[in-house]
Write a protein that binds this ligand. Structure first.
Ligand SMILES: Cc1cc2nc3c(=O)[nH]c(=O)nc-3n(C[C@H](O)[C@H](O)[C@H](O)COP(=O)(O)OP(=O)(O)OC[C@H]3O[C@@H](n4cnc5c(N)ncnc54)[C@H](O)[C@@H]3O)c2cc1C
Length: 96
């Protein structure tokens, strides 16, 4: 959200708090190229390392299911949940 929009929302919804902005900060987050998460084993580590990243600004609400997938991958090497589309293979032909 741009600063001007943010300021007008502040004036509309938080009027009693006054209109003086004390601080503003830009927030950054990581986007994958297709804006889907990356949840997989890290290539080259024989299934010993699992990764979850590239949450593209909408990862927080998926924390419970991502945690389950990561636990499955770490403990069993696979998951029954439909998480295949989040794998690294979709980006390129990577070694297993
Ligand atoms: C402005 C903004 C708005 C968002 N809005 C939403 C939303 O409305 N809904 C939604 O679902 N998601 C939203 N998200 C995305 C969501 O916050 C992220 O997808 C989620 O937090 C990613 O979780 P994570 O565990 O991968 O990373 P993080 O939550 O970033 O956690 C990483 C942690 O690792 C720690 N860390 C980093 N480096 C080190 C180190 N070297 N040693 C030890 N610790 C380290 C950091 O301090 C941090 O605590 C938003 C994100 C932003 C920035």
């Amino acid at each position: 959200m741009k600063y001007k929009q943010s300021k007008s929302m502040q004036l509309k919804y938080f009027k009693p708090a006054g209109n003086k902005v004390l601080a503003a900060k830009t927030c950054l987050y990581t986007n994958s190229s297709d804006e889907h998460f990356i949840v997989d084993h890290l290539p080259g580590y024989a299934g010993a390392v699992t990764i979850a990243c590239g949450f593209s600004g909408h990862g927080f609400k998926f924390v419970p299911v991502i945690g389950r997938i990561l636990a499955d991958l770490a403990m069993d090497g696979k998951t029954d949940l439909p998480a295949g589309f989040l794998g690294l293979q979709r980006f390129s032909k990577l070694p297993d």
